[in-house]
Design a protein around this ligand. Structure first.
Ligand code: NAP
Length: 246
């Protein structure tokens, strides 16, 4: 059913994984979708496959965010759904942290997400839906995850404050916090095939439902949160982690 017919939706980090799957769901629900990503070729391929608009933008760069907002404004005028999804993994033990990893993970996951919301606010129609892609790690305390998990905890805080600030315009702001979802993110960690399989097995062993989640299910949740049936939901975080954080 086209519950989002003619709505304009922006998905940051839409060339793979959860962003890509969410673009599929938003389009199926009738929205006009714009995806972003850093890699030109990947964004062009994804945009072509999906039949959506693709813009190259590094979400960790304020200049790129502002340029993106200008391009969306010129081509689409206004935005109804903003899915702030672009993110990277990274970290390690606190004792061994490097400034480079700290800056790159905070730069995309927190600074980038924060300024994406900030600069898109003037373009959001009243009654819009903003969804942050957070993580169940924001409310867990796993060793070696301090930088990544902190960025997601920070997003949850911004999400609630934004929900209050934007409520007068009936703009709703929520967060989805997945547990392990089968996407390309783990493949980007430079692990061997064997290490990757071992890691996946270890992760699944920690999930009560004994499986990785599906990116498409996260996409369906974003569609649900952006539709009429969610008109009284704001400032809420939705865990989708197979019980991992229980
Ligand atoms: P993914 O397949 O690696 O997708 C990440 C997307 O973000 C890609 O499209 C990537 O595009 C984009 N991206 C990364 N840095 C960017 C930047 N600086 N500017 C613009 N785009 C950028 O991973 P995913 O699993 O779908 O991750 C999506 C989000 O879900 C992330 O925020 C992640 O933290 C969160 N999450 C994932 C899981 C999981 O288990 N998969 C669990 C909880 C939360 P480029 O490659 O072109 O940069």
């Amino acid at each position: 059913m086209e519950t989002l017919k003619n709505k304009v939706a922006v998905v940051t980090g839409g060339n793979s994984g959860i962003g890509y799957a969410t673009a599929v769901e938003l389009k199926a629900a009738g929205a006009k979708v714009i995806i972003t990503g850093r890699r030109k070729e990947a964004i062009e391929t994804a945009a072509r496959e999906l039949g959506v608009t693709g813009f190259v933008a590094d979400q960790s760069s304020l200049a790129d965010i502002e340029h993106l907002v200008e391009r969306v404004k010129d081509e689409f005028g206004k935005v109804d759904i903003l899915f702030i999804n672009a993110g990277i993994l990274g970290g390690g033990a606190i004792a061994e942290a490097t400034e480079e990893t700290f800056d790159s993970v905070i730069g995309v996951n927190f600074k980038g997400a924060y300024f994406t919301l900030s600069r898109f606010i003037p373009l959001l129609n009243d009654g819009s839906s903003v969804v942050f892609l957070s993580s169940n790690t924001a409310s867990m305390s796993a060793a070696n995850s301090s930088i990544y998990s902190s960025t997601k905890a920070a997003l949850n805080s911004v999400m609630k404050i934004a929900a209050v600030e934007l409520a007068p315009r009936r703009i709703r702001v929520n967060a989805v916090s997945p547990g392990p979802i089968a996407t390309e993110i783990l493949n980007k960690q430079g692990l061997t095939e064997e290490q990757l399989e071992g890691l996946k097995e270890w992760i699944i062993g920690r999930v009560p439902l004994q499986q990785m989640g599906r990116a498409g299910d996260v996409g369906k949740m974003v569609v649900q949160l952006s539709g009429e049936a969610s008109s009284f939901i704001t400032g809420a975080e939705f865990l989708m982690d197979g019980g991992m954080s229980l």
